[in-house]
Design a binder for this molecule. Structure first.
Ligand code: UN1
Length: 490
């Protein structure tokens, strides 16, 4: 499949350089993706700008009708999309179906927002004057999305942008362009007006930069690494753009001495090794009370023996490949570093070789124990199936360790004590807190995002996403027929 950009409702052929799209499970080439230039961004932004004028004038409930149609199409194609997603990204088929479901849910949820988009009224300080604030669309928004959730994250951003009356130019990840292509086909099939949704493939330094610098792009919504996000913020700040960032995590599961350890182990396995640890919400630290540490380690090892690793299309497989060779090497680098730092390797730690692993990129699910909170493996985001066990002996210490990293996306606590639970949810410095569940599995109608190095105060998903894609407009209507002056004594 040779992908093309989708600009102004057309599939735009290009003579540009292309790069291959690979299946990380098998090394098979699935197609090619073009690397666009600044010029394509300019054409797409102009199309989006033109389209936005009329799109913004369509009543929100009518704009929402397109989202319902998109949601129905996603539902109709769910199995097909999940298969493509697994081939292109590597996550296991069950998770791929779950991700497409997130897209369906987001479409229908945001379509519902078309009939809300509530504003506020306020009493005026003057008689015969009406005051209100309404959510106004901003204009053209630029979306930059990662490969680990190529459908879900795109829908968290594009659907609220659309329902609020914006148009967009989207740069998907080059690792997972087929999902973007499939979404573009759906936009086309439901007859979304030309120019409302535009997709341009290419690299961050070329077209990501062009998008951020473009004077007609008013908002940039980015999900990716903290290193890249901080560059986006720097450049966007210079150009006075509204920037929404969702970045890394170093999420922990806390297991207290009164926890249901069996349940905690299940939560840890799902959150640490699901998606091969490539979620920004993945569990990469286990902060465990010393009284249950041994029990937890034993049960964890037992549970991990049942994990089948392989091609995610096989329904028996629980852990698929990682995205590419660089990822494999990066994970391996951290594992070697962990050993050098003096952590004890409890299990795993190897790049898998031999049949059927040689052609793809597979890393063994890995657990380090006796990890100190300040070790590099307990501080930096590894983005792979590697988890570190840190021992504590009080809730206070657990909270301190949890909060002692530069990220703040997700955290979790396993305990049967209601006081412990409520105290923890208050003190954990993360945007998402789970009680008696792992660190993954956010639902689309709640705000998604984090504190510190994870974000810059904005949120994807939920009603909070509308704050990214709207501007508050305060409207005063004076129906007195006279010149009334606020703040002036009469
Ligand atoms: C991500 O890891 O980038 O909460 C998104 C979850 C998923 C989304 C994760 N619903 O784990």
């Amino acid at each position: 499949m040779e992908l093309k950009n989708y600009i102004a409702g057309e599939w735009v052929e290009s003579e540009l350089q292309t790069i291959p799209i690979m299946n990380p499970a098998t090394g098979e080439q699935l197609g090619t993706v073009p690397l666009s230039t600044k010029t394509e961004i300019d054409v797409a932004v102009q199309a989006a700008k033109e389209a936005q004028k009329s799109w913004a004038l369509i009543p929100a409930p009518k704009r929402a009708d397109y989202l319902y149609e998109i949601g129905f199409k996603l539902k109709e194609k769910k199995e097909y999309l999940a298969q493509v997603l697994t081939k292109e990204m590597g996550k296991v088929i069950e998770e791929a179906r779950g991700e497409v479901q997130e897209g369906i849910d987001m479409a229908l949820y945001m379509a519902g927002e078309g009939r809300r988009l509530f504003g506020e009224t306020a009493p005026s300080e003057l008689a015969n004057k009406f005051a209100m604030s309404v959510r106004a669309p901003i204009g053209v928004v630029g979306l930059i999305t990662p490969w680990n959730f190529p459908i879900a994250i795109a829908t968290w951003k594009s659907f609220p942008a659309l329902v609020a009356g914006n148009t967009f130019v989207w740069k998907p990840s080059n690792e997972t362009p087929m999902m973007a292509y499939e979404l573009a086909k759906i936009f086309d099939e439901v007859g979304l007006p030309k120019g409302v949704a535009n997709i341009v493939f290419g690299t961050g330094p070329t077209i990501g930069t062009a998008m951020i610098e473009h004077p007609d792009v008013r908002v940039i919504s980015f999900t990716g690494s903290t290193a890249t996000g901080s560059k986006v913020a720097e450049l966007g700040g210079k150009h006075l753009k509204k920037i929404s960032l969702e970045m890394g995590g170093k999420n922990a599961v806390i297991v207290m001495d009164d926890a249901d350890v069996d349940l905690a182990v299940q939560g840890i396995v799902w959150s640490a090794f699901g998606t091969a640890g490539q979620r920004c919400t993945a569990c990469s630290r286990i902060i465990v009370h010393r009284d249950v540490k041994e029990e937890l380690e034993e049960k964890l090892l037992k549970e991990m023996r049942a994990i089948t690793i392989g091609d995610g299309l096989d329904p028996k497989v629980k852990v698929g490949p990682v995205i590419n060779r660089q990822a494999l090497e990066k994970i391996n680098h951290y594992v070697q570093l962990g050993k050098q730092e003096g952590a004890t390797l409890l299990t795993g730690g190897r790049i898998l070789t031999g049949e059927p692993y040689d052609k793809g990129f597979y890393f063994e699910p890995t657990v380090f124990t006796n990890v100190q909170p300040n070790m590099i493996i307990a501080q930096e985001e590894i983005f792979g199936p590697v988890v570190s066990i840190i021992e504590i002996d009080s809730l206070e210490q657990a909270i301190e360790v949890n909060n002692g990293v530069r990220f703040g996306l997700s955290s979790s606590i396993f305990s049967r004590n209601v006081n412990t639970i409520f105290k923890a949810q208050q003190l954990l410095d993360t945007g998402i807190v789970y009680v008696n569940a792992g660190t993954t599995g956010a639902e689309i109608h709640l705000p998604f995002g984090g504190t510190k190095g994870t974000g810059n105060g904005h949120r994807d998903s939920g009603q909070a996403a509308l704050d990214v894609y709207t501007e508050w407009k305060s409207v005063y209507v004076d129906y007195s027929g006279t010149l009334q002056r606020a703040q002036i004594d009469t």
